[in-house]
Design a protein around this ligand. Sequence first.
Ligand SMILES: *Cc1c(COP(=O)(O)O)cnc(C)c1O
Length: 487
Amino acid sequence: MDSHVFSPANAEHYATTMRRGIDVLTDHLASVEQPFSGRSVADVARTVDAVDLDQPVDVESALAELRDVYLDDAVWFHDAGYAAHLNCPVVVPALLAELFVSAVNSSLDTWDQSAGGTLIERRLVDWTTGRIGFADGADGVFTSGGTQSNLQALLMARGETFLRGHVDPGLAYNESLSRFRVFCSRDAHFSVQKSATILGLDADAVVPVDVDARHRMDPVALERALHDCLARGLVPMAVVATAGTTDLGAIDPLGPVADLCAEHGVWMHVDAAYGGGLLASRRRRHRLDGIERADSVTVDFHKTFFQPVSASAVLVRDAGALRHVTYHAEYLNPRTANLPNQVDKSMQTTRRFDALKLWMTLRTMGADAVGDGFDTVIDLAHAAADWVREQDDLLLRAEPELSTVVLRYQPGGVDDDHADELNPRIRQALWRDGRCVVAGTKVEGRSWLKLTLLNPATTLDDVVRVLERVRAAGDDLLEHDRQGVAS
Ligand SMILES: *Cc1c(COP(=O)(O)O)cnc(C)c1O
């Protein structure tokens, strides 16, 4: 064991091992030629299963083995052929911080496990609430991701709804809870529904609100839904406005939603898991105008701030709302503790010091560089959309809202139903080939392909290469189908 944990006596071994890891990693990153190997689940499983976990090997052998079991078939987000989900290539300062996060291993629950780290996280929470435009008295906490941030936001909304006196005091807790409703656009992230279920709300507690042609929540439809809710004696617990939907990047109209929330005394949550990067943008920050009127906000730094997983935060206008996750334990954070304990604000106990990654990023790159990175991929999405528009056999769904481009392969003679069947197969064919990875989705019942562009180093030529592969795969499948019919 002694050579496996750091001690001053083995500092050299420690450093050599770490440097060796960096060498293997860098070599591998540099040798990546496509985002995925194309290997099947069964093939990869055979390699992983072949390892005998009860037979340890030396570090060199384990690193060599790591190529086989992981690196060779990993999905590489820094490769220009990767254009599928909201995964970003990570910035170097964040990676550098990651080394310290894991090596020091602070746990951000109590001061006596994270002295200093607690204050760094607090500064970053303040930095973020400042960018949002919250006044003094705001607060928040880092979380593992947007799903958890949304869950905590809705947990606070649930607690505040009880406290705000919207509830008939004659009712039992569960009866009250069963009347709570959460409003979000039809395109909101599925974590809203998941959170509602976890929080004990009714199966039909989440009310999907209609969207406009650009898939933004329609405020008139929201107003109607709120009135309908109240007329039925139900209790609006929260409105979740999405600032950047996962598929189309649509940003709900934050000002009008805030007006309706204010009018009815309803908690407003903004899910800016994707669009949060606009907080650092020098050219597009105005697209989040109105976010400062929210009660809570989700920001995923591991998406549009180019941070390694995991790094997210939930921010609140009024620090008081964090009371709904405050519990005390004698061994951890007794009521009498006069120290800054982040566990009082978090749903987690032991928690990574993910904030340090953002700290190092801001300290060495600066926020403008981060925002420029997001602006660059949004520009790229518009340029890619222009290119798609000029192709006869590719159909652009709409002008991009953020950095996703939604399109489909549909040459003349292929009707809508046929294209619906063809495009998911194109996606699978590309996945099996491995030279590019694209996502798929359904919009208004139709199948589309989706490129999510989050790599600022990717060029229009790179994206065109991906789109040409989409076309080639589509042509192949069509040809194959026609021959199948002929024979
Ligand atoms: C990605 C995403 C989430 C979920 O975030 P995770 O970090 O994956 O948990 C929530 N909302 C939106 C709009 C997202 O795009």
